[in-house]
Each structure stands twice: as structure tokens, then as C-alpha cells.
Write a protein that binds this ligand. Structure first.
Ligand code: HEM
Length: 434
């Protein structure tokens, strides 16, 4: 058996012999002596060991290169496979053009199947929007992200599951030109980090056990231009009471006798709320959340509760909504700039006063899916603002003007007021049809 010391000694001998062997002989006798060295078994062993050593090092290097190529994503066998966009160039990718308006507005779920790989779209606005989102965290931290109860282990598990799927699997798997995983050896142990190649930021793909859940939501806001609301099934009254909830809150989220399980908003990371304050929605069921939406109890509540209760892991769906905004930011949590209600005093904008640079068709591409382990529902949305001039240039001015009239002619005419139609209708239609 050859020990390590033997091997080191052999390699040393090999190097000495090598040097002696290949330096130019000064005489015939020296040449003879050099050739004689090759008969020395120690030298032969040293040569063999040297070759083996080199071969071993080379195969280790090859293995680690192969491993780093294969290590593109964390395995997530319970999630659907994600197709990579190998050569995706976010800088030259235009935002998709959604034009979902119809001649008449009918309040329906209007859900379509979503290919799981298409969960989060990216485009050329990515970097500037991440900067905006970072500023929102500074200015409106508690409105942009919140957890209903961060001692509720179900909520922590749900946020952590979404976080690790997105950072460890979805983003590096779908957009390898934008996100890259690294294995890192810290003194505390090995970990996997996600590098955002656009911002150069590095994030651990798994939340440390002691890390507060809110940190994960902060990172989501900083990493993707996508908003998330996380819902969990309402717990039994007994469980809720045991958790020390107020009785009033239980009554606020009633479960129908024999009806579907209600879903409660337990956490959110929403940079672009369209006319609502997310904090006021936290801890509420879908019916309470949608209270300001006219027609919701009659036309949507039952089918939505049934749909959410039955939605299976692996089934992804999407829908797109639309509205017109005249003076709203992407972040519009305060100040009634997007929605209005019965009894509010509204002032119509005159056509000559319309600031067309601040007037947009605002669409949300909304997605819903269920997380396999925590069973939480994730409602995601990506907000797009389209200048009205674009709509007009596409020859769709008349169609949008008709859809604005159609808000009052469909299943729920009150939606016209809810979308603030009385404020912008006249001026926007005048612009679109001129
Ligand atoms: C199939 C699923 C859903 C449908 C069909 C739906 C439908 C609607 C509709 C029609 C509106 C009125 C504004 C608009 O035109 O979009 C609305 C508003 C809203 N939805 Fe949903 N929704 C769904 C899921 C959710 C989920 C899962 C949440 C998560 C908590 C949510 C939160 C909201 C909020 C916060 C508003 C604004 C309410 C306000 O004005 O205060 N929606 N939804």
C-alpha cells in the first residue's frame, strides 16, 4: 500500500529525475547514467503516480465544470417544469400589448389557462421599474409589503415556499441571461445564492430559519416587477380563537354553512395597488376584499370561492383587466385616483384640460396558482400602462371609446362609476375619436 508520504516522495523524486533526465548531457558517460535512471523502479512508480495525479486533477476540474453547467436551478419536482428562454434579451423586449376592452363590459371571471413557464413576463422596463420599486420600499414600506401574523407558521411556510421557488427555480430557470445561481461556502456552511445579473444583487435562495418573513417580501419587491398576494384557507373558528383572534374578525369573514372554504389574504408584496390600500385588505376574505366592487356578491363571489377552493396544484390561470387613469402613479394606494363610489362628489375633466401625457389605459395581467407544499394560493399581477396616443395610433380609438360606453351597457352598469368613468369619460372619448 502506497502512503501519501510515499506518493509525495515519489513525485519529488520524479521531478528531480525529470530535471536530471531532460537536462542536456555533458558527456557520453552522463548520457549513459541518465538512461540508467529509467531502469530505477522508484522513478517508474513516480512517473505513474504523477500521471495519475494529473489525470485525477483534470477529471475533478471537468466534473466541477459539468456540475456548474447542470446547476442552473434548484430542483423543484412538485412544481411544473420551467422552459428556459436561452437567449432572452430583456433590453430589447417590448412590453406585451394587452387590449382587453370589449364593446360591452360583463363582470365574469374570464380566466384562461396559463402555461406555468409564462408565470412572470420580463421586458425592457425591468431595471427602471425595479429602481421605482426600491423607492417604494423606502417611502411606503408597510403599504407595499406586510404579513398578517408573522408568528403563524402556515404564513411563513407559504411565503418561504414562493420565495424559494421564484429565486431558486423559476427565475434562473426561465431567464438564464438575467439570473444565475451560485454555490457559496460561508464559514457557517454552504448556501446557494441567486445573482440578479441586471442589478448585480445577490440573494440567498432559502430564507434563514431566524429571518423574519417580511425580509422575503422585501426581496421579492426588489427582484421582480411582479406583485403578489398570498392567500390561505380560513382556519376553523376554534383554531382561530385559539390563536387569539378577535371575535369581530371571525364574524367579518364568515364561512357559509356547507359552502366552500374561504381564502384569507395573509401576506402581500404589491408595488402597484390600483386604487386600494393593501393594508386594509390584509386578514380579509375575498368577499370582504372585493366589497367596493359593484356586482361582486351576485356575479362573482360564489364562482370565485368555488374556483379557489378547487384549484389544483399545477394548474395555472390568468386574466387581464383594464381601466383608464388620468392622474395615477403605478403605486396608487391612496387618494381615490382609480376608483370611486356612490355618493362621492366627482368633477368631470373638460377635453381641453386633459393631460394626455398622464392619461393611460391601465391593464393588469393577473395570474393564480397554488403552491404544492403550503397549499397557499398566489395571486400575482403585472401592471402595464399604455399611453392613449398608442391606442389611437393603432386605430383602436373608436373601439376603446365604444368600450367606455359599454361599461354602462353590460351586466353591471355601476362598474362605470367604480372605474371613475364620470371623471374622464367625456375628455378621453373626445381625444380618442378626434
Ligand atoms: C378570479 C379571480 C378574480 C377576479 C375575477 C377578480 C375580479 C375583480 C374585479 C372585477 C375587480 C374590480 C376592478 C377590475 O376591474 O379589475 C377587482 C378588484 C380587486 N381585486 Fe379582484 N378578482 C380576482 C381575484 C382577486 C384576488 C385573489 C385578490 C387578492 C386578494 C383580489 C384583489 C382585488 C382587489 C384588492 C381589488 C380592488 C378592490 C378595491 O377597489 O378596493 N382579486 N377584482
Amino acid at each position: 500500500m502506497i502512503t501519501l508520504d510515499d506518493a509525495i516522495q515519489s513525485v519529488k523524486n520524479l521531478l528531480i529525475s525529470w530535471e536530471n533526465l531532460f537536462s542536456l548531457p555533458e558527456s557520453g558517460d552522463e548520457l549513459k547514467a541518465k538512461l540508467a535512471v529509467l531502469n530505477n523502479p522508484q522513478v517508474i512508480i513516480a512517473i505513474i503516480m504523477g500521471v495519475l495525479l494529473i489525470w485525477n486533477v483534470r477529471s475533478k476540474i471537468r466534473e466541477s465544470v459539468e456540475e456548474s453547467k447542470a446547476f442552473r436551478t434548484l430542483e423543484a419536482p412538485d412544481f411544473p417544469p420551467i422552459e428556459p428562454l436561452e437567449n432572452f434579451d430583456w433590453k430589447s423586449t417590448e412590453p406585451p400589448k394587452f387590449r382587453p376592452f370589449k364593446p360591452k363590459y360583463h363582470l365574469t371571471m374570464a380566466l384562461e389557462t396559463l402555461v406555468p413557464s409564462e408565470l412572470i413576463p420580463m421586458d425592457k422596463t425591468f431595471k427602471e421599474r425595479l429602481e421605482y420599486r426600491r423607492s417604494l420600499l423606502l417611502e411606503h414600506h408597510d403599504t407595499v409589503i406586510a404579513v398578517n401574523n408573522d408568528t403563524d407558521l402556515r404564513v411563513c411556510a407559504a411565503v418561504s415556499e414562493l420565495y424559494t421557488f421564484l429565486l431558486g427555480t423559476y427565475l434562473p430557470g426561465r431567464y438564464p441571461t438575467m439570473f444565475k445561481l451560485h454555490r457559496v461556502n460561508y464559514p457557517s456552511g454552504k448556501t446557494v445564492m441567486l445573482q440578479n445579473l441586471v442589478t448585480e444583487e445577490l440573494w440567498p435562495v432559502k430564507l434563514a430559519k431566524e429571518a423574519p418573513t417580511i425580509r422575503a417580501l422585501e426581496t421579492l419587491i426588489r427582484t421582480v416587477d411582479e406583485d403578489f398576494l398570498i392567500l390561505l384557507p380560513e382556519q376553523d373558528d376554534e383554531e382561530t380563537a385559539a390563536a387569539g383572534e378577535l371575535e369581530e374578525e371571525v364574524a367579518a369573514n364568515p364561512r357559509e354553512e356547507g359552502g366552500e372554504t374561504k381564502y384569507i389574504l395573509e401576506a402581500f408584496a404589491t408595488g402597484y395597488p390600483a386604487g386600494f390600500d393593501p393594508r386594509k385588505k390584509l386578514g380579509n376574505c375575498l368577499a370582504r376584499i372585493h366589497e367596493p366592487v359593484p356586482g361582486y356578491p351576485e356575479r362573482l363571489e360564489k364562482s370565485m370561492d368555488r374556483f379557489f377552493d378547487k384549484l389544483e396544484v399545477g394548474k395555472y390561470v390568468k386574466r387581464v383587466n383594464w381601466g383608464i387613469t388620468t392622474d395615477a402613479e403605478l403605486f396608487s394606494a391612496f387618494g381615490n385616483k382609480v376608483h370611486s363610489s356612490e355618493g362621492e362628489i366627482l368633477e368631470a375633466i373638460e377635453p381641453e384640460d386633459l393631460n394626455i401625457d398622464k392619461t393611460f389605459l391601465r391593464c393588469e395581467r393577473q395570474t393564480i396558482h397554488r403552491l404544492p407544499s403550503s397549499q397557499a394560493l398566489v395571486f400575482g399581477f403585472h401592471t402595464y400602462l399604455y399611453p392613449l396616443q398608442d391606442i389611437k395610433d393603432e386605430g383602436l380609438g373608436e373601439a376603446l371609446a365604444q368600450a367606455i360606453d359599454g361599461l354602462k351597457e353590460g351586466s353591471t352598469p355601476e362598474i362605470h362609476l367604480y372605474k371613475r368613468g364620470p371623471v374622464w369619460e367625456k375628455a378621453v372619448k373626445a381625444f380618442l375619436t378626434s
